[in-house]
Write a protein that binds this ligand. Sequence first.
Ligand SMILES: Cc1cc2nc3c(=O)[nH]c(=O)nc-3n(C[C@H](O)[C@H](O)[C@H](O)COP(=O)(O)OP(=O)(O)OC[C@H]3O[C@@H](n4cnc5c(N)ncnc54)[C@H](O)[C@@H]3O)c2cc1C
Length: 401
Amino acid sequence: MDKYEIAVIGGGPAGIMAAIAASQNSSSVILLEKNPKLGRKLLMTGGGRCNITNSKPIKRLLNLYPQKNFLKHSFYTFTNENLLSYFENKGLAFVEEDNNRIFPESEKSSDILNILTYYLKDVIISYNFEVKSISDDFIINDEIKADKIIIATGGITYPRTGCDVKNYHLTSQPLTDIKYGLSPLITKKDLSNISGITLNDVVISYKKIKIQGNVLFSHEGLTGPGIIDLSNEISQSISYNLLENNNPDIDFEIFVDLCPNLTREDLQERFNGDFQIKGKTMIKNYLKLFLTNNFIDFFLNETDLDGETQLSRINKKTKNRLIDNLKRFSFEIAGFNSNLAKITIGGIDLTNVNPKTMESTLIPNLYFAGEILDLHGPTGGYNLKIAFSTGYLAGLSAGEK
Ligand SMILES: Cc1cc2nc3c(=O)[nH]c(=O)nc-3n(C[C@H](O)[C@H](O)[C@H](O)COP(=O)(O)OP(=O)(O)OC[C@H]3O[C@@H](n4cnc5c(N)ncnc54)[C@H](O)[C@@H]3O)c2cc1C
């Protein structure tokens, strides 16, 4: 049987970074990856461009994670500067885009993976090695014995990248409910005829939760950063657990404020004046003042109003319906578009993991990193940030112990 000081399970960003950090202090590190290649999901990130992190200052960054107290130590131990310097030292430059999103200037996630792979030079990598069992004395698949194990097998979404729900049961570590995160939403209504249209900077609400962002219509429903971020909040507020039931029973409405900069009263006042002064203008033309051009037909259809109607012919009741729909346009939701959910919410319960080391408080010498943990963030580089920071801290701690 082969023996190693540290075995890292899972060659995604968290496991790769854990193995790199562990190999700084240990010459006996093995990385076990079930695929024939490392980082399948990493290659897909940011549409193949890899939104590697988010450049907000640490305090502001942490505030955007529900589990900010747990993440604090790992973020301060392995900062954005630390992370980016690994790549900059190998000649890769970065650019910042809107909302502090950081991408490699080359726009290639493969550049990130190639450089990470270079830093694995002191690590033994075993490909096509799917970990199926870990015994109490740290024997993996009856083949490998390790003194310390770091589990970084990711979540459940995009199973073709290597994720598998079975990984949650590799140890007896307690779990929280497993849910979809950063997911497009499927609407009851067919939106194919408006697919491709974006509503910029609208306010989307679900119950008391409000998020400002873009909404993109797709053939299956709603997507775009605003919807994707809202889906995290929705998913957390609904009670379901993918470990028990694959089809959460979902049926709710979300509302879009199409004119977030105008109150109902502002709209009322403007309509009252304009409907008299511009009486001969057709409503479909007038609405260009408030809505994206190519959304107007759909909007009027949903408001049950003929686009050629002149403003002077619109009665008070219809005027109120227009205002209602501009401020609270509703979409009935039938479910998460789970095939496109980017992350997993829930995982290894943080109560039993030491945030200063990523070591289990129940099983000594067992560590966790990345998405397998009950950690998640919004869209914009926040989830790779979790993977790299917790991965680094787990590897460093295991290597130093
Ligand atoms: C389409 C898409 C785009 C995304 N874009 C971004 C983005 O731009 N920015 C961002 O911050 N986040 C993004 N994310 C989220 C981000 O990719 C994940 O949060 C991140 O990859 C998690 O890293 P991880 O190492 O924990 O898990 P993973 O990347 O899932 O890696 C887990 C690894 O473990 C291996 N493995 C699993 N089980 C076993 C086993 N039993 N034995 C051996 N090996 C095993 C898998 O094959 C895999 O290689 C995106 C996600 C998707 C799906």
